[in-house]
Write a protein that binds this ligand. Structure first.
Ligand SMILES: Nc1ncnc2c1ncn2[C@@H]1O[C@H](COP(=O)(O)OP(=O)(O)OP(=O)(O)O)[C@@H](O)[C@H]1O
Ligand SMILES: [Mg+2]
Length: 253
């Protein structure tokens, strides 16, 4: 078994009176791709956002319970959410490049976190991140053009490159391929597999095939509960809960 990277215990999330996540405990391993699956509205994105405190940005959201990253409480008052989000990066369903050049989209994080000592080092980080995001060849001759001018699939790979530019320890991805064509999807899946060598990846997906292809661990959520969590192969071939079985065989969802 790999080391435990994130340990969540007894996590509840409320949006006003809506109880979106109910007493969820889970241990996310290092060097592992973990898939969150379950029907729409079951709380996958909500729980994912707990892991880098993105729910802090939603006024009515209230998170209780404990979430440790490498044994440290990420909700501790001493933790700066901006620093935390450099360590626990996020890629959203809808590509959201900054209204800046392609170069500056990638350079932004490394600049504010002081990861480059000079222009040459920054150039190197930008190139390396774009290469790892499988988009370098398409943008290398127009780094000064706006990121928002790229196609949807290119924008998503740009956002992935941006997220990995700060060398995060954990990468959270919320349905990262839903706007991508099959070729870009395959590139992103390959990238996810490669990132696992260095990082932990948590991916929310509605595609069972994708979960089966890219993940080693799977968590099945249903109506705010974490119903089942285990080896992906086991969850897909031999689920223990009837709700998991119904979902993966297409009877609920
Ligand atoms: N910003 C918000 N304000 C109020 N309620 C919210 C908010 N975000 C989510 N919810 C509610 O929390 C519950 C879980 O939503 P969440 O978006 O986490 O589900 P999901 O599993 O990601 O669904 P999907 O597969 O459709 O993306 C739902 O009842 C939803 O209406
Ligand atoms: Mg969602």
């Amino acid at each position: 078994m790999n080391d435990i990277k994130i340990s969540a215990s007894g996590v509840d999330v409320f949006y006003g009176d809506t109880h979106a996540i109910k007493n969820v405990s889970v241990e996310i391993e290092g060097n592992t791709v973990t898939a969150f699956i379950g029907p729409s509205g079951c709380g996958k994105s909500t729980f994912l956002r707990c892991l880098n405190r993105m729910n802090d940005t939603i006024d009515i959201a209230r998170v209780t319970g404990s979430i440790l990253l490498d044994g440290e409480d990420i909700y501790d008052a001493k933790v700066d959410p901006v620093q935390l989000r450099a360590k626990v990066g996020m890629v959203f369903q809808k590509p959201n490049p900054f209204p800046k050049s392609i170069y500056d989209n990638i350079a932004y994080g490394p600049r504010i976190h002081g990861l480059a000592r000079n222009k040459a080092e920054l150039d190197e980080i930008v190139e390396k991140s774009l290469r790892r995001g499988a988009i370098w060849e398409e943008v290398k001759d127009r780094l000064d053009q706006p990121g928002t001018g790229l196609s949807g699939g290119q924008q998503q790979r740009l956002c992935i490159a941006r997220a990995i530019a700060t060398e995060p320890e954990v990468l959270l991805m919320d349905e990262p391929c839903s706007a991508l064509d099959p070729i870009a999807t395959a590139q992103v899946e390959e990238l996810i597999d490669e990132l696992r060598q260095q990082y932990s990846v948590v991916i929310v997906t509605h595609s069972m095939q994708q979960a089966a292809r890219v993940s080693q661990k799977t968590a099945f959520f249903h109506l705010g509960d974490l119903v089942e969590y285990g080896e992906t192969g086991h969850i897909f071939t031999n689920p223990e809960d009837s709700r998991t079985e119904s979902y993966i065989t297409g009877r609920i969802g």
